[in-house]
Design a protein around this ligand. Structure first.
Ligand SMILES: Cc1cc2nc3c(=O)[nH]c(=O)nc-3n(C[C@H](O)[C@H](O)[C@H](O)COP(=O)(O)O)c2cc1C
Length: 184
């Protein structure tokens, strides 16, 4: 099958997650087109069997570039199996309020774009202090301390659960293959 992955990233973790997905789908024998949302143009939709969109939450919202892409292609996306990977730090914890927040952020994203993915997965992201400017470093160190995390200056910390992501991808791929077979 030919599969599409479109992502938006601010500090790089979602790019890493999108590449991981691309590698796993390729290893399973599929052709994968991996595109940053800003460059995702001229897609040959009839050849695409399924699509994954991945973006990260900053100040309660996913990147506008990904939102524009999803809104522009809501019909194309809705016509085939699709998966939304929403990356955040709230997904790394089990605070019920924070979990409810990220669910709402994903619901708002879908409502604004008119795209209804078959599945939305909340993926834990990373602190990337090496990528932050002065203000962000300060703000994020405060957030880290609120979470009881001790992070040394210049240190990054990754929370992404690669095994959980791989399992979710495999399940989505199996469902996508099944739909493709039934459509034949
Ligand atoms: C300025 C800033 C604001 C953020 N706001 C949120 C937020 O509102 N909720 C949340 O759960 N995570 C928030 N995060 C954490 C990011 O979602 C997390 O670091 C993610 O891994 C970033 O992905 P990226 O590197 O692909 O941009 C924020 C991070 C930064 C730097």
């Amino acid at each position: 099958m030919r599969l599409l992955i479109v992502y938006a990233t601010t500090e790089g973790q979602t790019r890493k997650i999108a590449r991981f997905c691309a590698d796993r789908l390729s290893q399973a024998g599929h052709a994968v087109e991996l595109l940053p949302a800003a460059d995702a143009e001229g897609i040959d939709w009839p050849r695409i069997a399924g699509a994954i969109l991945a973006g990260s939450v900053h100040m309660g919202r996913v990147q506008e570039g990904l939102e524009r892409f999803a809104a522009a292609h809501a019909g194309d996306l809705g016509a085939r199996p699709s998966l939304f990977l929403q990356v955040s730090l709230a997904a790394a914890g089990d605070d019920p309020e924070e979990r409810a927040d990220i669910e709402r952020i994903a619901d708002d994203f879908c409502a604004r774009t008119g795209w209804q993915p078959d599945r939305t997965l909340q993926v834990a992201g990373a602190f990337r202090f090496t990528q932050y400017d002065f203000f962000r470093r300060w703000a994020m160190r405060w957030i880290a301390s609120q979470k009881g995390e001790r992070i040394r200056p210049g240190e990054d910390r990754e929370y992404t659960d690669w095994t959980e992501l791989a399992d979710a991808l495999d399940a989505w791929l199996a469902a996508t293959s099944e739909r493709e077979e039934t459509a034949k």
